[in-house]
Write a protein that binds this ligand. Structure first.
Ligand SMILES: C[S@@+](CC[C@H](N)C(=O)[O-])C[C@H]1O[C@@H](n2cnc3c(N)ncnc32)[C@H](O)[C@@H]1O
Length: 358
């Protein structure tokens, strides 16, 4: 019998990378399963071969550990050809077998078809929540999140995820508004990265008043803007021109130099890097800064090749981890293909042992 699938949401076009990554996670735990993904659908289904492997997979999965997935859940039921005049009844019929949940997310995919369901999903959420509450299927003390993923207006998957290991945002997408004064729209990439990849404690440590930052490949200054907004004094390295308003804040010093050779006179608290360069070159540069004690926090993009993107990402992150381990530096890292990332992923490294350069 086919097992109930695990569902992973990804950016359309990245289904095979997401599938390869989920397969690698299952393999690492010696759990046998297989992925099924339609190109450009914006999601992957992953099937385990038996129920006990499914249960084990559910216990270990964490959205923070899956780079190419923004959200996941275990789909316990699939409803097709629901009557459009009453979709609540068939959903309620299966919900009691899924889980008593603390919260509900009515979701759609990030594909063209999926986005067309966005308005409906928003509207449907309130009546469904009321119906679930009436039946006692929403409970404050539950550790689960209920997911209703609409694939078409009469077709949905119903499942659940652990609150602590899935995203609280619909489809795992943190919606942000571009600030009016930001020099570029890519400012949103760093804003999202900080909020998704860094814990509150890590953010507090990185963005203390009086802390410093370096932005490699900074022009026109969208990322520098985010650091300045969070109270940092920033060294912006780029041959290009920086935004005038940002420079007028007097929180930025502009170095028109090559970011692959420039180093700060004193270590900075936060390094960010958004250069369009070969991922292995960026990975080596980040390793150099971290192992040299030039920074404790590093946030950077790895621009992805066209093929075998998961392998390239795994190699680059592996390279940095190996170098830090060789240097005896304990560290934390997390990476994600964020909503505002296109052909790139964003990576965060934090040194746990504090290193200062003499
Ligand atoms: C994608 S843009 C950065 C956009 C910026 N993060 C923002 O939000 O406005 C990449 C920048 O990297 C710079 N760059 C590329 N190679 C560089 C190098 N070797 N040294 C310094 N800057 C470099 C380019 O000049 C370009 O301005």
């Amino acid at each position: 019998m086919q097992q109930a699938p695990f569902v992973f949401f990804c950016r359309p076009g990245f289904e095979s990378d997401c599938a390869a990554e989920v397969q690698a996670i299952a393999n690492a735990y010696e759990l046998a399963g297989y992925a099924n993904a339609q190109p450009d659908s914006g999601y992957v289904r992953f099937y385990m071969f038996d129920e006990s492997s499914s249960e084990r997979f559910f216990e270990i999965l964490d959205v923070a550990d899956v780079i190419f997935a923004r959200q996941w859940f275990w789909a316990k039921a699939e409803l097709e050809a629901m009557p459009l005049e009453d979709r609540i009844t068939p959903i309620m019929d299966v919900c009691s077998d899924v889980a008593i949940a603390k919260t509900l997310l009515v979701e759609h995919l990030d594909s063209d078809d999926g986005r067309e369901l966005s308005k409906f999903c928003k509207k449907f959420s309130t009546p469904l929540t009321i119906a679930l509450e009436k039946q006692g299927l929403i409970h404050e003390e539950s550790e689960f999140r209920l997911h209703i993923l609409f694939l078409a207006n009469d077709h949905c998957l119903v499942g659940f995820s652990p609150l602590e290991r899935s995203s609280e945002h619909k489809g795992g997408i943190l919606r942000l508004k571009a600030p009016r004064n930001a020099p570029s729209r890519s400012t949103l990439k760093l804003d999202e990265a900080i909020q998704v990849l860094m814990s509150r404690t890590q953010q507090r440590d990185a963005f203390r008043l009086g802390n410093t930052g370096a932005d490699l490949g900074a022009a026109p200054g969208g990322w520098t803007y985010q650091l300045v907004e969070r109270g940092l004094q920033v060294s912006a390295v780029d041959n290009g021109t920086m935004d005038k308003k940002l420079m007028a804040t007097e929180h930025v010093e502009h170095f028109k130099e090559n970011a692959f050779t420039w180093l700060p006179e004193k270590p900075v608290n936060v390094l960010v890097c958004d250069m369009v360069e070969k991922p292995s070159l960026v990975a080596n540069l980040m390793a150099q800064w971290l192992e040299g004690g030039y920074t404790q926090h590093a946030l950077f993009n790895l621009k992805l090749p066209m093929k075998k993107r998961f392998q390239e990402v795994a190699d680059c992150i592996g390279l940095i981890c190996d170098r830090l381990e060789e240097a005896g530096l304990t560290h934390f890292w997390q990476a994600k293909h964020l909503y505002h990332d296109r052909e790139e992923i964003t990576v965060y490294f934090r040194l746990k042992s504090r290193v200062t350069k003499n």
